[in-house]
Design a protein around this ligand. Structure first.
Ligand code: CMC
Length: 388
């Protein structure tokens, strides 16, 4: 029996071995391993191996995988020029979507959907997205481009290309953890988009490009930027009105909540699956506090924490709690990332999840083709244009 579920809520549309979510209990596991364990003990490289192979690597396998990734850090000839030609005021997610799509033109065999070839393509895109983002950002700031350094980890290499100096171990680790936490998350909208596209046996680049387009939306990955804008807005209002910042948080949130039926949202809260705190947010909360303290951004953490308290009191019973985007905003800001790079950071990590799902989909493919329930008229007369 066909059923209609707006927004596909509650619909199971794929099988996956990569991540498990229990939205009631607030559990997220990658291949059965709790996200907290991975964030504390793993690295992004190891996490990607885990997601793509559904098991942890041996020492030798990890060294080989890491080497494979690093050997692909450099962009294909011509890509640098393409990035330099992007208008400096372009939005980074639009730039990223276009440049990932452009990578297909440097692949002599872009359309192959044989799984071993898709793995190669996925490795290339994953390795090269950091250079695309960092080079675009440096160019728009009028700074010379920094070539990737294959001696560095994924996280270190990105921060090095972005800032021109190697990051401190603490900042590199913080960033690496953010990459682990964002790598995969069930059949979220962008992952679903990538699976829908590859199910036509299109190509890896089209699937990843579609996923980037989906992630950009403020209801999905774009929320982390909006969280930061909200925190800045609160600080600005306090400054303008000459009030203590903590005193204006409550009226600010209550006003937004009062307008929620007109579509107003407290960004970084709520989730289709989690009805309790997102376990990634639990981890990031502690982490954001530490890094905000270390970098002199404690006020932003305190504002966030106060918003969380008010939201728990007002809408906690409805299952609206912080999601991954809420505390990742303060974390990214404290690391020194510019606001409009927050969503590209999400994409940089999630390429691994999207690619893993593309591989899974291809391994047992069936074309996605749901139905729409037609709710328009029938047998309508065709009225000639001059009679309408
Ligand atoms: N602020 C205020 N009210 C909210 C919020 C929020 N952030 N989220 C949900 N609600 C309310 C909503 O008003 C509705 O109330 P009522 O039942 O009284 O009409 C109820 O909760 C259900 O909301 P919904 O929009 O129908 O829920 P959904 O499952 O379709 O949407 C969501 C999930 C994530 C789009 C939504 O919670 C939201 O818009 N959150 C803000 C944006 C955000 O933080 N997105 C990041 C999601 S997590 C990371 C990712 O996927 O990238």
């Amino acid at each position: 029996m066909a059923t209609f579920a707006k927004g596909l809520e509650g619909v199971t549309a794929a099988e996956t071995r990569m991540s498990f979510i229990d939205g009631e209990k607030g559990i997220l596991e990658y291949v059965g391993i709790p996200i907290d364990d991975l964030a504390r003990n793993s690295t992004f490289e190891e996490t990607v191996f885990l997601l793509w192979n559904c098991r942890l690597p041996t020492k030798g396998e990890l060294a080989d995988f890491t080497q494979q990734l690093r050997s692909r850090y450099a962009l294909p000839a011509g890509m640098k020029e393409r990035i330099l030609s992007v208008p400096k005021n372009a939005q980074p997610m639009h730039m990223l979507r276009t440049m990932v799509s452009a990578l297909s033109m440097h692949d002599p065999d872009p359309n192959s959907v044989e799984v071993h070839k898709v793995r190669e393509k996925a490795l290339n895109v994953l390795a090269q997205v950091p250079a695309i983002i960092a080079m675009f950002d440096r160019n728009r700031r009028g700074l010379p481009l920094v070539d990737p350094d294959p001696k560095l980890t994924f996280a270190e290499n990105f921060l090095y290309m972005l800032n021109g100096v190697k990051p401190s171990p603490a900042v590199a680790r913080a960033f690496d953890i953010c990459m682990i936490l964002h790598a995969d998350h069930g059949l979220n909208n962008s992952t679903f988009s990538s699976r829908v596209v590859i199910s036509t046996l299109s190509d890896t680049y089209s699937a990843l490009t579609a996923a980037i387009g989906s992630l950009r939306g403020p209801l999905h990955g774009g929320a982390n930027e909006e969280v930061m804008e909200m925190l800045f807005e609160i600080e600005d209002i306090a400054k303008k009105e000459g009030k203590d910042v903590m005193s204006i948080i409550e009226p600010f949130i209550m006003d937004k909540l009062a307008r929620r039926h007109e579509g107003a949202r407290i960004m970084g809260f709520g989730h289709r699956v989690y009805k309790t705190i997102d376990p990634r947010a639990t981890f990031l909360k502690t982490f954001a506090k530490q890094i905000a303290t270390d970098t002199g951004n404690l006020e932003l953490y305190e504002i966030s924490s106060r918003i969380e308290q008010i939201m728990a009191r007002e809408v906690g019973a409805k299952g609206i709690y912080p999601n991954v985007d809420f505390y990742s905003a303060t974390t990214y800001h404290s690391i020194g990332l510019k606001l409009d790079l927050f969503t590209p950071m999400f994409a940089m990590s999630r390429v691994s999840g999207w690619a893993g799902h593309v591989i899974e989909q291809l391994s047992d493919n069936r074309l996605y083709r749901p139905k729409a329930e037609y709710v328009g008229p029938h047998a309508a007369p065709y009225i000639p244009i001059d009679k309408r």
